[in-house]
Write a protein that binds this ligand. Structure first.
Ligand code: ADP
Ligand code: MG
Length: 631
């Protein structure tokens, strides 16, 4: 409990004690019974606990009236309780305030607790780093470790900062980041990201980032800030409250005035007190606490549950959109395929194959594209970056660079056309990398990629959960694209696209579909940032360690398993289901109670219990959104 909550708790306890004391003092059987005979004495007595428990609500209500934002919960509570006191229902007046405050305390406690729980459940925040110093290691705050320092991570410890392994091998558990429990092995020279847990050997790591820039900090930031992006359902609640509160206030007013007047006209006694009491009960019942609290809490729990499964959601609006996804557009390379190309042939080379590969690997040495990484792997030898200069990556086409002072262009047919180089077609199936050296054609390298193990089941699972329209957009050549799409059962495929063409195609789909059906784009975050941001929901996968992707996407899948897409949608759907359950449940109970109150069946006690009860149930229901294991 924080300070503010403790203070409210203290006020609650004091006012309960005061209420008990007053009840004893005014009880008939005691000598002080004269106290209970005098209305004014009792009013003064009850005003003490009333002010103790309710002064802040009254203050906020008055402030609201001054700011011309009259109708809010504070106003409802103030009118209802002041009215009850004026009618001589002192005990009810104090009780309503008391239970309202207990309810508020419970919700702020529940929200705070689930926030903390989520960070704890993620359990990735490192508390310290073991900095390697001259005579061993010293334990320091991860914030203090500079880039390029060497840190040591013993078995059982969390990796606090991103870096490269310089000593030792170990198997590391990434489950807190990815939701996957299969351990990964890291060796000297491998990148390692913060948040993993070292399970076996001692590792020494040279840090490549500061703590604040490391994966673990980024993820925590993201989860903690997610609640600031409001979903439509949340906005609905504030819009709802906007007309709802005035409506119930006027309703209460009518209830207090109209029936007595009608009775007077009919020649009956007016019973003003009775009807005003009913009107006040009506006000207490109408307080929309359960809705106001449970909906943001559900989203919060949903986002927390998703992050435990390795799905980072940047705002509840994206969770809501994800639940309504009916169209999914995929990038190919690195998303549906592994993005690990193997060289399957080198043709028309004007020099030794090895030399061509060496030049290609150098030209690609600054690129992060899967093709570039694969060429370097196929080359297999050390890269001397001093031989390379003037690198320019031409998105969707390839790369140009100076290698040993010669101008090298490497990429697809479009790139060759760009430099008017006469290239030779290739008749093998695969991705073709044409190479030109000093604007002369120097041959091509055929590379091919393999499908990810889960791509096929991912697509069929998506179809099963209602995503009918799947599209693959790729910059790769038609033969490869058609083969992949056919193999996976993707319904639409477009190939040889530039990143800009992908945006256009996505826009076409966006325009032709009903706006209720949402479109998601799934990419690996390499050169597809424009599409990621254009889609209703941009999903980046395998994004561990790629800051650009984490930044551009709305939803980040921590590992590169395409099955996670269906899982993410499942989580979103469950969360939305709970949101609607709570909306219907809370509004339904409210309506029943309002009716009972108007008919005079429900009194203020029932009203306050119904309100707190609905809220507790709605909050407990909201917490279910955290549980995402079997989706
Ligand atoms: P995808 O849509 O499959 O992700 P990209 O848009 O990233 O593909 O790239 C499209 C095509 O552009 C590739 O198939 C390749 O022919 C060429 N290309 C892109 N980047 C490079 C690079 N770094 N080196 C060589 N070719 C490249
Ligand atoms: Mg790509």
């Amino acid at each position: 409990m924080n300070k503010k909550q403790k203070k409210v708790l203290k006020r609650i306890i004091i006012s309960i004690i005061l209420l008990v004391v007053i009840a004893i003092l005014t009880s008939e059987s005691l000598a002080f019974s004269f106290l209970s005979d005098n209305r004014w004495v009792r009013l003064v007595l009850y005003l003490v606990p009333y002010m103790v428990i309710g002064y802040d609500i009254l203050r906020k209500a008055i402030k609201g009236i001054k700011n011309r934002q009259v109708f809010d919960e504070n106003f409802l509570m103030a009118v209802a309780t002041v009215g009850a006191m004026a009618l001589g229902e002192y005990r009810e007046g104090v009780a309503v305030m008391l239970f309202y405050q207990i309810g508020e305390l419970f919700q702020s406690y529940a929200v705070g607790k689930s926030r903390r729980n989520i960070s704890e459940l993620m359990d990735i925040r490192p508390d310290y780093a073991n900095l390697v110093v001259e005579d061993g290691t010293s334990q320091v705050d991860p914030d203090e470790v500079e880039i390029g320092s060497i840190i040591e991570v013993a078995p059982g410890e969390k990796v606090p900062i991103d870096g490269i392994v310089v000593e030792g091998t170990a198997s590391v558990n990434t489950s807190a980041l990815t939701g996957e429990s299969v351990p990964r092995t890291v060796n000297i020279g491998d990148e390692i990201i913060s948040g993993c847990i070292n399970m076996t050997g001692v590792l020494r790591i040279k840090t490549t980032k500061e703590f604040g820039e490391s994966t673990v900090s980024k993820i925590l930031d993201l989860v903690e800030n997610a609640s600031s992006k409001k979903s439509r359902s949340e906005n609905f609640i504030s819009r709802f409250a906007h007309f709802y509160t005035p409506a119930v206030c006027y309703g209460a007013l009518i209830l207090a005035v109209l029936p007595p007047v009608v009775r007077l006209i009919m020649g009956l006694p007016a019973d003003f007190g009775d009807w005003i009491y009913r009107a006040l009960t009506f006000l207490v019942i109408s307080c929309p606490c359960a809705l106001v609290i449970s909906i943001p809490l559900t989203f919060f729990a949903g986002i927390g549950g998703a992050s435990r499964a390795g799905v980072l959601v940047k705002g509840s609006n994206y969770l809501e959109a994800l639940a309504g996804v009916k169209h999914i557009v995929f990038d190919k390379t690195g998303t549906l395929t592994k993005g690990i190309f193997e060289v399957t042939g080198i043709h028309h080379s004007t020099r030794e194959n090895d030399e061509l590969l060496d030049i290609a690997a150098h030209a690609e040495s600054y690129s992060n594209h899967p093709i570039a990484k694969s060429i370097q792997a196929a080359h297999g030898k050390d890269i001397d970056k001093s031989r390379v200069s003037d690198v320019e990556e031409i998105s969707g086409k390839g790369i140009t660079a100076k290698v040993d002072g010669r101008k090298v262009a490497i990429g697809n047919a479009k790139l060759m056309e760009l430099y008017s180089v006469d290239y030779k077609e290739c008749h093998h199936v695969g991705t073709i990398l044409h190479i030109a050296i000093d604007d002369e054609y120097a041959g091509h390298i055929v590379i091919s990629d393999v499908l990810k193990d889960n791509s096929k089941s991912a697509i069929s699972k998506l179809k099963k959960i209602g995503v009918e329209h799947t599209v693959m957009l790729t910059g790769d050549i038609k033969s490869v694209a058609d083969y992949v799409a056919g193999e996976l059962g993707i319904s639409e495929v477009k190939s040889e696209l530039l990143p800009g063409d992908k945006v256009l195609r996505v826009e076409e789909i966006l325009q032709s579909k009903p706006s209720k059906e949402k479109l998601a784009f799934v990419g690996d975050g390499i050169n597809d940032a424009p599409v990621l941001s254009r889609a209703d929901v941009g999903i980046a996968m395998g994004a561990l360690g790629s800051d650009a992707a984490i930044e551009a996407a709305d939803i980040v899948l921590m590992d590169d398993d395409p099955l996670k897409i269906a899982k993410a949608i499942g989580i979103a759907k469950k969360c939305m289901r709970i949101v609607y359950e709570n909306i219907y449940f809370a509004i339904g109970i409210k309506l029943v109670c309002l009716l009972l109150g108007a008919l005079g069946v429900a009194n203020m006690w029932l009203a306050i219990f119904a309100d707190v009860g609905v809220m507790v149930i709605a909050v407990l229901n909201a917490i279910r959104a955290l549980m995402v294991k079997n989706l």
